[in-house]
Design a protein around this ligand. Sequence first.
Ligand SMILES: [Zn+2]
Length: 313
Amino acid sequence: MRVRRLKRLLLLGPYVAFLLTLVVCIVLFVLITRQNKRLDAMEEEIGHVTMNQNSLIEKVSSVSSSVDELGSAVTAISNELSLIDIGQFANSSADGTGTVVRNTWPRKVYLTFDDGPSQNTGKILDILKKYKVKGNFFVVGTDNPELRKMYKRIVDEGHVLCMHSYSHKYNEIYASVDAFTEDLDKISSLLYEVTGTKPNIYRFPGGSSNSVSRIPMKEFIKVLDERGIRYFDWNVVAGDATNPMLPADKIIENSLCDLNEYEEAMILFHDLSNKTSTVEALPEIIESIQASGIPIEPIDDTTITIQHYINAN
Ligand SMILES: [Zn+2]
């Protein structure tokens, strides 16, 4: 019996092994198929995420370009507005309906140069010629024949030749009315002798608000009035009077920053021989004013009186 059973087991063994192997294979196949499906699903998910990322990037770049376009539009509008400021308000003090329109820009700018002539006067005249601009030169007396030629050049090139005393020595000029008158006649005669024209514009050394004169300034103003001479001070300072080493960029800043405070701006420069930074600064100052559309003018009968001294009688 035992032998028979063993024989049966030996015969059935391979069938059982085959069946077991088959079952294991089927189970493995089912498991692998499931895993593959999961992998496919995951890949699909990843694909969606990537697509979403791409579309997000696309949206961000489209928003960026919209922001850029908006920036350009804002810049264009700002430019337009600044043009309107200059064009519409620069030349108007009233709009014709009785409503006063604030002057946000000066109607005119006058460039004035004191204390010349010197070697720098010629350089300044060259710059003014280049930019087709007329200046106003408040000159003092000189014995130097070469510098005296500069008076003539100022007149010949269409600029305004004005007086600023002969000696420019405060203690002498303001010592008495007679001393002032003598100095005035001396510079007036010299300029007439050299140029053939009699200047009728004056600027007091130190200005009409100087604190040097012990004699009331109205006494000297009376002398000018008797001779039909108008005097001018200034309302904008380049700052080159006290510091000969003032850098050009500071002179540019000083000259331009206060221009919109006045209906007519008169800038005070100096053309002494040591004022080289004034010469250096001048082209940029002129370019900036011209770019704003404000005319640079020579002083004439229509120029607003710009005076510091207030006659209290
Ligand atoms: Zn001076």
